[in-house]
Write a protein that binds this ligand. Structure first.
Ligand SMILES: NC(=O)c1ccc[n+]([C@@H]2O[C@H](COP(=O)([O-])OP(=O)(O)OC[C@H]3O[C@@H](n4cnc5c(N)ncnc54)[C@H](OP(=O)(O)O)[C@@H]3O)[C@@H](O)[C@H]2O)c1
Length: 211
């Protein structure tokens, strides 16, 4: 049985938790306010889900998802995520996160920021450019004509294989944008961001992105 530690229980965290439970995973989900505030969510998710602190969720996961406002990255537990694949859904919204100069100067990517914070983890971008409401509805079986594709990015080849399999379980093709330093191509306001596209269209949109 695979257990997924989820840090963040908002739009994306709760949606992925449901999708994972439906696919036979156990999930341990957390937020900033404490497990007791997640009672309704875990009741809805059923017996495969439990709520915990972020530290406990990180420790319990065979792999993990970090899905919090970017300004909260520094609070993500480090030691319990060492050695683990960590799916990074996070985006930069200066209106919410405050201005982050090195992002605005194009000197870093949001995923690189998480990788820097988690130096012993294997960070892989995932589900960052699809609206939460589409994650459980837009997927189709492999081989479907015009199947929706999602981008990923990682410095770790096995993590790319991992997310490719996970995307497939959720009904999406994968396009690899390359190492984390290339993941700006799928960040906010780039052509590939939050539009429905198949793999060919996504590849083209990644290629024509300008920093
Ligand atoms: N919404 C979308 O459709 C969408 C799509 C793709 C990517 N994203 C990106 O994915 C990330 C999550 O988005 P969202 O829409 O799910 O955000 P959200 O609905 O605002 O939820 C954020 C979650 O993070 C939790 N959190 C904040 N600080 C934390 C901490 N220190 N430790 C543990 N949990 C913490 C919050 O808990 P509390 O409520 O207890 O503070 C909340 O459960 C963001 O970076 C966003 O830009 C969002």
């Amino acid at each position: 049985m695979t257990t997924v530690g989820i840090i963040g229980a908002g739009h994306i965290g709760s949606t992925l938790a449901k999708g994972l439970v439906d696919r036979g995973y156990d999930v341990v989900i957390s937020n900033s306010r404490g497990p007791e505030t997640l009672a309704d969510l875990v009741a809805e998710l059923g017996p495969r889900a439990r709520a915990a602190t972020a530290d406990e969720a990180a420790a319990a996961g065979d792999w993990a998802i970090v899905t919090v406002p970017l300004k909260a990255l520094d609070a993500v537990p480090v030691a319990p995520l060492a050695g683990k694949i960590v799916v990074d859904t996070n985006n930069y919204y200066w209106e919410r996160d405050g201005r982050i100069a090195e992002l605005e100067a194009g000197q870093v990517t949001t995923s690189r920021m998480l990788q820097r914070h988690l130096p012993e983890s294997r960070v892989v971008k995932g589900f960052n450019h699809i609206m939460s409401g589409d994650i459980l509805t837009d997927g189709t079986p492999a081989g479907t004509v015009d199947r929706r594709a999602l981008a990923t990015s990682s410095d770790d080849a096995e993590a790319v294989e991992f997310i490719t399999a996970l995307y497939n379980q959720f009904g999406f093709d994968t396009v690899n944008a390359g190492p984390l330093d290339e993941s700006w191509r799928v960040e906010r306001d780039r052509p590939a961001y939050v539009v429905r596209q198949n793999a060919d269209e996504l590849e083209a949109n990644l290629a024509r992105a300008e920093r």
